[in-house]
Write a protein that binds this ligand. Structure first.
Ligand code: 13P
Ligand code: SF4
Length: 340
């Protein structure tokens, strides 16, 4: 165990982190920087010592996203990066199903999740037993699981998908009917994009299900020029108001390509702070729906994880071997068009 309790905002740390802060001053109050900077400096040192990489989801706070990440992106990108890295240690700054993905694809590596209680309402909505029952109910119909599910569910499925490739994955199976779990709204969105019949599971993301079509119509009447970009975990009446629908990285790519004057990203609200740093000329209207699970990850917890090499993610080897097949089938399909 190492001890970082002596960390201080010394003149050296101040000087070394000043350029970083200059980029972030619009999204991080100056008064907070002396708290973050020593942690950031020590985390970046420890990453070298441990041969570790930090894989960071788009919903993580700017003081993590812009300072200590080796990779930032959506669930699919995190999975692809985790599968390819040579590091000995992968620290997943996201939620538990993402850390399970990393462990399943890299069983020989140490995979750390700085807070084991970082869950997900979608992943919690279904078990492997539920999938077995669906198979009995619909014999011969293939099962696609959104990757926002735990390893036992993925082990029972034929293939995984993310929001970036759900339509391509469903169509890759060559079946006219598909069971889609656990996100009922994503399933409904996929059904609008394909002729394949979708049998849904009624799970929902507790963040995206809170948006309403009325809220977006109000944005449009307040700002007639606004570009509305939504995540497909949102309900259908929300997606009906959107100019573009995509995964978190697909949304960022869309902003990068179109440079709208004003935009609303209809998703977890921290992402707007992260993206605003890259696009200072775009006005981000920011609804605030936070994911309490993503927000469990913090700089002090990341530091503790790297110091102590825990908490470590473990997946039962038999379940992991079967879940790996459904992940590998997904990775072979790749990313959907326009999705970053
Ligand atoms: P993506 O980043 O893959 O779009 O997923 C969004 C999400 O809710 C992850 O928890
Ligand atoms: Fe799960 Fe929604 Fe949070 Fe993503 S944003 S981790 S889908 S609860």
């Amino acid at each position: 165990m190492t001890d970082s309790s002596h960390l201080a905002f010394t003149p050296e740390v101040e000087a070394a982190t000043r350029p970083l802060y200059e980029r972030l001053r619009d999204v991080i109050p100056e008064v907070e920087w002396p708290v973050h900077a020593p942690l950031i400096a020590r985390i970046n040192e420890l990453k070298q010592e441990r041969n570790a990489v930090l894989v960071v989801h788009n919903y993580q706070v700017p003081e993590i996203f812009h300072t200590v990440a080796d990779y930032t992106g959506d669930s699919l990108g995190m999975a692809q990066y985790g599968a390819d890295t040579d590091a000995d240690v992968i620290v997943v700054c996201g939620v538990r199903f993402m850390a399970e993905t990393a462990k399943i694809l890299s069983p020989e590596k140490t995979v750390l999740l700085p807070d084991m209680d970082a869950g997900c309402s979608l992943a919690a909505s279904i078990t492997g037993e539920d999938v077995r029952k669906l198979r009995e109910q619909y014999p011969g119909v293939p099962v696609v699981t959104y990757v926002n599910a735990y390893a036992d569910v993925r082990a029972e499925a034929d293939i995984c998908c993310t929001s970036a490739n759900a339509v391509q994955v469903v169509e890759s199976l060559g079946s006219d009917r598909v069971i889609f779990v656990p996100d009922g709204y994503l399933g409904r969105y996929v059904a609008t994009q394909t002729d394949v019949e979708i049998i849904y599971w009624e799970g929902a993301c507790e963040v995206h299900e809170r948006f309403t079509g009325e809220e977006l119509r109000n944005y449009r009447s307040d700002y007639p020029d606004i570009e509305i970009i939504a995540h497909p975990e949102c309900p259908p009446d929300v997606l009906a108001e959107a100019d573009f629908v995509g995964s978190t990285s697909g949304m960022i790519k869309h902003v990068a390509e179109r440079h709208p004057e004003r935009v609303v990203l209809v998703t977890e609200c921290t992402m707007s702070d992260n993206v605003a740093v890259e696009f200072p000329d775009t006005d981000f209207v920011r609804p605030c729906n936070l994911c309490p699970h993503m927000k469990r990850i913090s700089l002090p917890k990341i530091l503790r994880s790297l110091e102590n090499l825990e908490p470590e993610i473990h997946v039962d080897p038999d379940i992991a071997a079967r879940a790996r097949l459904s992940l590998e089938r997904m990775l072979a399909v790749g990313r959907g068009p326009g999705q970053g």
